[in-house]
Design a protein around this ligand. Structure first.
Ligand SMILES: [Zn+2]
Length: 627
């Protein structure tokens, strides 16, 4: 087998040299590294990590629009490249912010064998940097990680992706170097790659959109590309609704008209001919869902595995081009959508925290709709060639809650659970500590039983709790962790901390030690995370909640509310994209709401900065025309 492989690989290298000479003649001036390995091997081979690093390095050297960062290293120590491409070039999140342009992020190859997203990103980067697609940088800053799972990608073998139409002959494996699936790490953030993504891309660059490029595992639907929004079931619906109702219909029409590629919502069917079509699961272990709970535009893209490699790359590029044309045209609308969703989550918590519920466990709703589905005729697992429309296929896309819990105003938990506090902070959640002992009213959960699965999954023995909630009061000592839910990421916090959430920190064993030390099972044990229903008047002095900032185009005024009462020597500033202070206003003692008249200020993106001698907060605000 190894002799056979080396002969074939040798043959590919000869092809590689010939075809790169040919391509160079087509594109004078560009070095070899800027053509991907599939382009150089007639689509027989996929790029390995060394190719990707050579490509992005050459891109940075040859283009004045490209900045490359290393966003982290994989488990086996390979660099994870992050390409920032913009015109003019930006080299830091601060520059991106002051440019006023929205930032969007796309990654490839989360599953090592699913290679076309990676190759499509390379070709698209070249087209944007040197060729006809420079217009995609008119109004936006783009971030790309072509290779998110280099360990899996480089672990090449001949049988890793049998459904991928024979090419590339060698493909990587699904998991990372630790044998973990990076698309099950969205909540627990325990892989090097997942931590790097959240810390150095999502928290650092704050992109409005997260796109994850995959390849299907063998379903015989007839679409080149399928796609799904982050499932919003437990969060704010606006962003996923926008994807389904505005963005997806427009870009898929454009793709069909331009390139003929058929696209559809992502799903699978398990009988032939198909009767039911099932969409994505809702758990935040899937990266798109965890970012949807943070009010990001999150898009799962699945390329059809049975298409030829070149077509798979081409359909990816068609999808990404249409998507980035859309974000280039509607970036400010998306910015506003996300800002509004963030604000509405905060408002909902402030107004109703402690008195409304959300799901913590879900299943598919009975189908209300049926769909027409384009499907290949298949016999004995092989395509017969024709595509057929089936109508009346039951569509299972919507999820409904089987179990709900009250969304509290805040959570409090003991210092002993510092790992839980750290995990929240890794996600960008604001966690404070009580400066004095405090009393709270709210809900406590009593654990009767801790159940653990006996099969290892992603390095865990997933757990669930049986118990009950009741109203209670609680005294907590100074130093206890306090999570004010009036934050944009409230629904992710909720999913992480709820004792009965099907994919929360309980599921991933973060509370096992605490509960087992106290004899759970034999004893009833209070779950250590207490849910605060309402913040007492005494509490406000301890809490730094996020201020609310919104622009009212009718009044030409910025409304700022929920300023913390405890701020000392507070100052509010409106800062322009070039860093200039446009308005500066001292806060009166105890002032919590104010209005800034901005009728004489130019349209654009600004920063509202609150500073005092004990805190600083910033929020973006867009001053715009009436629609
Ligand atoms: Zn995948």
């Amino acid at each position: 087998m190894s002799k056979f492989l080396s002969t074939r690989i040798h043959g590919f290298i000869i092809i590689a040299i010939v075809s790169s000479v040919f391509l160079q003649a087509q594109e004078p001036g560009l070095p070899d590294e800027l053509f991907s390995r599939p382009e150089r091997t007639k689509y027989q081979e996929t790029s390995v990590h060394a190719d990707i690093m050579a490509f992005v390095q050459s891109l940075e050297e040859n283009s004045d629009k490209v900045h490359v960062e290393i966003m982290g290293t994989s488990f086996e120590g390979r660099d994870l490249p992050l390409v920032i491409i913009s015109n003019p070039k930006v080299t830091s999140p601060e520059q991106a912010f002051t440019s006023g342009k929205p930032v969007f992020y796309i990654q490839g190859n989360i599953h090592g064998g699913e290679v076309e997203g990676k190759e499509a990103i390379l070709k698209l980067l070249r087209e944007i940097a040197f060729e006809q697609k420079g217009y995609l940088l008119d109004n936006q800053i783009l971030l790309f990680c072509p290779l998110f799972n280099p360990d899996g990608n480089d672990d090449l073998g001949p049988n890793n992706r049998p459904n991928q139409d024979g090419s590339p002959f060698l493909a990587g494996k699904r998991t990372n170097g630790q044998d973990f699936d990076l698309n099950r790490d969205g909540l627990k953030l325990e892989t090097f790659e997942g931590k790097a993504l959240v810390e150095n891309v999502m928290n650092r660059w704050d992109p409005l959109m997260f796109v994850d490029l995959h390849t299907t595992n063998g379903t015989w639907h007839g679409y080149s590309i399928t796609y799904a929004p982050g499932i919003h079931t437990a969060g704010h619906p606006a962003v996923s609704t926008y994807l389904n109702e505005e963005l997806f219909p427009r870009i898929t029409n454009r793709i069909r008209q331009r390139s003929g590629h058929e696209t559809h919502q992502y799903g699978g069917f398990y009988e032939y001919p198909p009767q039911s079509y099932y969409g994505m699961y809702p758990e935040p272990r899937f990266l798109t869902n965890s970012f949807a709970l943070k009010n990001k535009l999150a898009i799962l893209v699945e390329t059809f595995s049975h298409d030829h490699f070149e077509k798979r790359i081409d359909s990816n590029i068609a999808f990404l081009t249409a998507l980035l044309e859309y974000t280039n045209d509607y970036g400010f609308e998306i910015q506003e959508l996300v800002d509004n969703a963030n604000q509405e989550v905060i408002d909902q918590i402030i107004d109703n925290g402690g008195s409304f519920s959300r799901g913590v466990e879900f299943s598919y709703e009975e189908p209300g709709l049926s769909t027409d589905l384009y499907v290949y005729e298949v016999k004995s697992g092989k395509r017969k060639g024709k595509k057929i429309w089936y109508s009346g296929v039951n569509q299972y896309f919507d999820m409904s809650a089987d179990r709900e819990a009250i969304v509290p105003r805040a959570y409090v938990f003991p210092e002993e659970l510092w790992k839980v506090a750290e995990k929240l902070r890794e996600h960008g959640v604001l966690v404070t500590q009580l400066s004095d002992a405090s009393s709270f009213q709210g809900e406590k959960y009593t654990v009767m039983q801790l159940n653990k699965q006996n099969r290892s999954y992603q390095g865990h023995y997933p757990a669930s709790l049986e118990g009950y909630f009741e109203n209670a009061s609680l005294d907590m000592p100074a130093g206890s962790y306090f999570v004010d839910m009036a934050q944009a990421y409230a629904f992710l916090i909720f999913y992480m901390l709820e004792p009965e959430a099907d994919d929360g920190l309980v599921h991933w064993n973060y509370f096992d030690d605490y509960l087992e030390d106290r004899g759970v099972g034999a004893n009833r044990v209070d779950f250590p995370v207490f849910k605060i229903g309402e913040l007492g008047s005494g509490m406000n002095e301890e809490i730094i909640s996020s201020m609310g900032v919104s622009y009212n185009p009718d009044q030409k005024a910025i409304l700022i509310r929920d300023l913390p009462e405890s701020v000392n020597q507070g100052v509010i500033e409106l800062v322009s994209s070039s860093g200039q202070i446009m308005i500066r206003r001292k806060l009166a003692k105890g002032e919590t709401h104010l209005e800034l008249n901005v009728s004489s200020i130019a349209l654009g993106l600004y920063l509202i900065r609150l500073s005092g001698d004990n805190l600083m907060q910033t929020q973006k605000v867009l001053i715009r025309n009436l629609e």
